[in-house]
Design a protein around this ligand. Sequence first.
Ligand code: FE2
Ligand code: FE2
Length: 470
Amino acid sequence: MSSINYSEKIPNNVNLVNDRTLQRALEHWQPHFLQWWQHLGPRDFQSADVYLRTAISVDAQGWAHYGTVKMPDYRWGIFLADPVAERKIGFGDQMGQPAWQQVPGEYRSTLRRLIVTQGDTEPASVEQQRLLGHTCPSLYDLRNLFQVNVEEGRHLWAMVYLLHAYFGRDGREEAEELLARHSGDADKPRILTTFNEPVSDWLSFYCFTYFTDRDGKYQLKSLAESAFDPLSRTCRFMLTEEAHHMFVGETGLARVVKRTLEVMKEIGAEDPARVRAAGAVDLTTLQKYINFWCSSSLDLFGSEISSNSAANFANGLKGRPDETQYQDHVLRESSFSLETPEGPQTVPMLNALNEVMRESYLKDCEIGLKRWNRQIERAGFAFRLTLPSTRFRRTIGAWAGLPVDPKGNLVSKELYEKNLPGWIPSESDRAFVHSLMKKVVEPGKMAAWIAPPDRGINNLPVEYEYVKLH
Ligand SMILES: [Fe+2]
Ligand SMILES: [Fe+2]
């Protein structure tokens, strides 16, 4: 197990002290990162004392330390999972050959692009969520928001380390650009559309952490398979932290459902208007938020048919999530049958890997829906939450821009436009959800639209003062 050196400016387990040039370059980037954090990180809570976990090792048993810290003092560091001795490439045309410790020249720009694209999402999500603290439903939730935020900050560090350590001057320039692009910025937006969508209420935040952080999980899993070993090790450790982000989403939405069901029982009705009047999120509105964030996240996997994904796989740059679960790791002989607007099409499997990934992602998304639907069923109501079809509201790929309903049927343009406000949140739905968002900061108290969590953080009670405001 490699331990982390906390006496250094930048905690790390990559022996930074032995590489003075790299250390100096990262120490030069550090104040830029902190400026960005002050400027675009959580607004107005920089002096609050927050109960946070900090990575202190990559040991599966005890990698995190819990304690109270002001966010700007958080120890963002560089941690790679321990190396696997004599690791071999696990897929693609070079399968079985030794994994790379350096970037092969011919894949340099592609690998850099993959790292930059992943890296860009990390600070983007912090920017998207920066105003949420003002309307937190509880101190417990406020703490979870900040935990996610500081860890996305650390994920940026993880990618910046790779850029600095392996991509020379280009890499350093890209690291600066990661702080120059901003979510929603008209001139310099973030790279991917979903990361420019505002996350201005907590229902969106829970959907984002459920659907969009889960896309992150799948991207990290596929990069964890990479032949470029430092990337693989970096992503493996990031996945450890990522699990909590999805926990926040899944339990957040489960608590919304729970509270809504309590209200529905109290008033003895499913009628959305009456549920709203009683101060809860009606299930129809929740379904619209799910449709919005799920469809937006589905685009992140890219086109159904992609020569880039084929090349990235064949060259060993990016595998499938959990590559070992498959039999065939080369895929030169297999094909995939795809539904396109022109009818079924058979394409080489290598070209359909985005779709393979999207399918396994959706299976993972189903788990939460099953759980929430069981809650609804047990409460005696007929409503069922569903995931939208992969064809709905796509802006990338074979179904991009086509009028498709959430079930996946092609409909007329008129019908689509007429019904869209019933499928995704309308202005008035958003206004209603925003009207529920009132800050609750008394320890143990919850906003009326969400049930308390089953338990607190790190065995502390729910009533613990997770954030001390001054
Ligand atoms: Fe992340
Ligand atoms: Fe995340």
